[in-house]
Design a protein around this ligand. Structure first.
Ligand code: ATP
Ligand code: MG
Ligand code: FE
Length: 345
């Protein structure tokens, strides 16, 4: 089977063609980073307009590169939430129109499900269930992934997402937007022990995450003028990693699973961070389970993961969503099994 995937939930416009044998036949991505850079963050209105302009040529390009046509697709999958609603609607409406034109099913994809299943696109040996750390610009969650549409959320953040904490730290250090990769790069030149920073909820009985206190401490460290930027970056990254490892360790030890968990998996933009990956790999080894992370480019937003999430549903016998499916600015992943059809905007 062949599926066209479309992504437009934030500041990446992307299109991809994926096959059921996990081949990414073609993929294209246009980042809007330059357009948002002057504002230090994503401006929803600018993002939506940019998706309108970028998506049609990207979609044409993947078909051209693959030597295939719309009619060759078995379904069209487009991100339909959560995210910036204007952009989500642009990609979703294009997906619906293409599906209708081709007379093929339309699959309304939860962007988080795209991230959650992305490790399976690269790794055919990764079986359900697995324990997933989903760390992105808007989310920080521990999930048990039982299959497409079947998620149990074990922990979430009570304030900021991890990617958001990286982005805010970058802004405080004057590193610009997007911040994660810049903080990681600068951290390589710093001492992770140089700046004493808090590790919110470390050792706490509740399973959740918190990063707001860490962010405030970074602000105070910057304002004190006593520390080199590289030391602050390295110390922030280490504090964040210590929190994540502690929380995941707790989930691995205490969570009651029906089936044994044999894999620890990380996905989402922050999964691109080498230090985060290394720390999680060590944690998995300590718990004697395998570790998986998607290739770096599949961690941040892309359309291959959206096409693949569609493929997982298609292969599971899903016949698609109605063409009046409403985009959902908020769409918790553990709702995916029973999406509220028609709810949302
Ligand atoms: P969501 O998926 O929650 O809707 P999003 O789509 O905006 O949010 P992603 O594209 O998955 O998020 O990830 C982007 C986030 O990942 C940003 O916060 C970015 O700073 C962070 N990020 C990207 N690369 C790295 C890195 N190397 N180290 C740390 N953080 C990173
Ligand atoms: Mg982005
Ligand atoms: Fe994302």
């Amino acid at each position: 089977a062949l599926i066209l995937g479309i992504e437009s939930s934030c500041d990446e416009s992307a299109a991809a063609l994926v096959r059921d044998d996990r081949t990414i036949v073609a993929h294209r991505l246009a980042s809007q980073e330059a357009a948002h850079q002057p504002y230090g963050g994503v401006v929803p209105e600018i993002a939506a307009r940019a998706h309108v302009e970028s998506l049609p040529p990207l979609i044409s390009a993947v078909f051209e590169e693959a030597g295939l046509e719309l009619e060759d697709c078995d379904a069209v999958a487009a991100t339909s939430g959560p995210g910036l609603i204007g952009g989500v609607m642009v990609g979703m409406v294009m997906g619906k129109a293409l599906a209708m034109a081709a007379g093929k099913p339309f699959l309304a994809i939860n962007h988080l499900e795209g991230h959650a299943l992305s490790p399976r696109l690269d790794d055919a040996s990764l079986q359900f269930p697995y324990l997933l750390l989903l760390v992105s610009g808007g989310h920080c969650q521990i999930l048990r992934v039982d299959g497409p549409g079947a998620y149990a959320r074990l922990a979430t953040t009570i304030d900021d997402a991890l990617g958001e904490a990286f982005d805010k730290t970058a802004k405080l250090l004057g590193l610009g937007y997007p911040g994660g990769p810049a903080v990681e790069k600068l951290a390589r030149e710093g001492d992770p022990k140089a700046v004493p920073l808090p590790r919110p909820l470390l050792g706490s009985d509740e399973p959740h995450f918190s990063f707001a206190g860490l962010k405030s401490a970074v602000l105070r460290a910057v304002e004190s003028g006593e520390h080199a930027a590289a030391d602050i970056a390295a110390s922030f990254q280490q504090a964040a990693i210590d929190c994540v490892v502690d929380r995941l360790g707790k989930a691995l030890t205490e969570a009651n699973f029906d089936a044994p968990i044999t894999r620890l998996v990380v996905a989402g933009g922050v999964a691109a961070n080498q230090s985060v990956r290394a720390a999680l790999e060590a944690l998995a080894a300590k718990h004697d389970i395998a570790f998986s992370a998607p290739p770096i480019w599949l961690c941040t937003d892309n359309a291959a993961m959206i096409g693949w999430a569609g493929m997982e549903r298609f292969l599971a016998g899903d016949t698609g969503d109605p063409l009046d499916f409403k985009a959902r600015p908020r769409w918790p992943l553990d709702d995916a099994a029973a999406p509220v059809r028609g709810a949302g905007v």
